[in-house]
Ligand binder design. Structure first.
Ligand code: NAD
Ligand code: ZN
Length: 387
């Protein structure tokens, strides 16, 4: 209230009507529609999204690869940045006007997992691809103009001018940082760099193989390069990915289609027995097996980052683990988002990790279908949508 009159542009506590890209069914083109976004409830935050990009996980969800996860209508999107419009009751660490990135794997700070330093899982706000509503009341904060509820996605739903998320899924970012590049920390870059740093703990002078050179795989390369790995082998079936890869730390490249023999044999020959670390960033079972077999016997470590459709089992015989090779998976690069991401953001601002190179395309939000096609065709690494 100013001078006794309510500021008509004030949106706090009110339903906001804005544009969002709705998914109505598996693989159906996104439709930009007006939606109603409810105010944030207890421990929730409403964010004005300024940038959102497209990760392969959005692509898989849009295509409805995992049937159990199908839910429509839905607002997808989970890699984004924006400014806080308002906060719900009880939110102390975030306020209106803060520059933030939403995170799909939240950190409530209170649960058994958050209090354990060995994991970045969270009981209340951890990633859950089956979750389609808010924790508080089991309802959606989005609805169509006619009142039909629209489902949430991965704690974030960023293909919308405004979204409501758990405060556990909001990370405050230095206002001096470019929100456009910080968008990448919301998923792909944190996932890849974090896997190299927090999960594998790549050592200087070591050898690395990365399977799948999308944003996630290239982020692993950046992380491994920053740690001083000397040989970083990039494996992809799309040779166009090698150009970008070489600029981002990849020292050697393999296109599996150029060889008769399996990739792991090529890698073992190139490295005197196998790499110290391999990273699977494609979400393909056969690729995971190659990644596993390409590490050195005795100590090789494979990190799974790719999301694999169900029902799929590990493509290994248990006895193959008796070679001393280890396999592990990683969500969000092992980062505890709220406590560790602000520092990672600072490191990125100092140039430890180069973010600019990940953004290959920029388009207005309305061209979201075009942006998806760029990812499907293997042309873009990250296409930044401007809202
Ligand atoms: P992307 O589509 O940009 O990149 C995937 C790359 O894999 C492409 O370059 C493609 O050419 C390559 N590829 C496909 N088939 C291949 C094969 N047989 N051998 C080698 N390379 C092959 O995807 P992205 O956004 O970088 O995501 C990569 C994966 O990581 C996806 O499965 C995604 O769902 C997953 N992901 C996981 C997390 C996590 O927390 N674990 C977070 C984000 C994304
Ligand atoms: Zn993602």
């Amino acid at each position: 209230m100013e001078n006794g009159f309510r500021n008509p542009s004030e949106t706090t506590g009110k339903v906001i009507t804005c544009k969002a890209a709705i998914t109505w069914g598996p693989g159906e083109p996104f439709v930009i529609e007006e939606v109603r976004v409810d105010p944030p409830q207890k421990m929730e935050v409403r964010i004005k999204i300024l940038f959102t990009s497209i990760c392969h996980t959005d692509l898989s969800a849009w295509q409805g690869e995992n049937e159990a996860q199908r839910a429509y209508p839905r607002i997808l999107g989970h890699e984004a940045s924006g400014i806080v419009e308002s906060v719900g009751e009880g939110v102390m660490d975030i306020k209106k006007g803060d520059h933030v990135v939403p995170i799909f794997n939240g950190e409530c700070g209170d649960c058994l997992y958050c209090k354990c330093e060995k994991t970045n899982m969270c009981e209340r706000a951890g990633v859950n691809p089956f979750m389609t509503v808010m924790v508080n009341d089991g309802k959606s904060r989005f609805s169509c103009k006619e009142g039909k509820p629209i489902f949430h996605f991965l704690n974030t739903s960023t293909f919308s001018e405004y979204t409501v998320v758990e405060s556990a899924c909001v990370v405050k970012i230095d206002p001096d940082a470019s929100l456009k590049t910080m968008t990448l920390l919301s998923c792909g870059v944190s996932t890849g760099v974090g896997a190299a740093w927090n999960i594998a703990n790549v050592k200087a002078g070591s050898t690395v193989a990365i399977f799948g050179l999308g944003a996630v795989g290239l982020a692993v390369a950046e992380g491994a390069r920053a740690r001083g790995a000397t040989k970083i082998i990039g494996v992809d079936i799309n040779p166009n990915k090698f150009i970008k890869g070489r600029a981002m730390g990849i020292t050697d490249t393999i296109n599996p289609r150029d060889f008769e023999k399996p990739v792991h044999e090529c890698i073992r020959e190139m490295t005197g027995g196998g790499v110290d670390y391999s990273f699977e960033c494609a979400g393909i079972s056969e690729v995971l097996r190659e990644a596993f077999l390409s590490t050195h016997e005795g100590w090789g470590l494979t990190v799974i980052l790719g999301i694999h459709t169900s029902p799929k089992m590990l493509p290994l015989h248990p006895m193959e683990l008796f070679t001393g090779r280890v396999i592990i998976a990683s969500v969000f690069g092992g980062f505890k988002g709220k406590t560790q991401l602000p520092n990672f953001a600072k490191e990125c601002m100092q140039g430890v990790v180069n973010l600019e190179d990940f953004i290959t395309h920029e388009l207005p939000f309305e061209k979201i279908n075009e942006a998806f096609q760029l990812l499907i065709d293997g042309i873009s690494v990250r296409c930044m949508l401007h809202l």
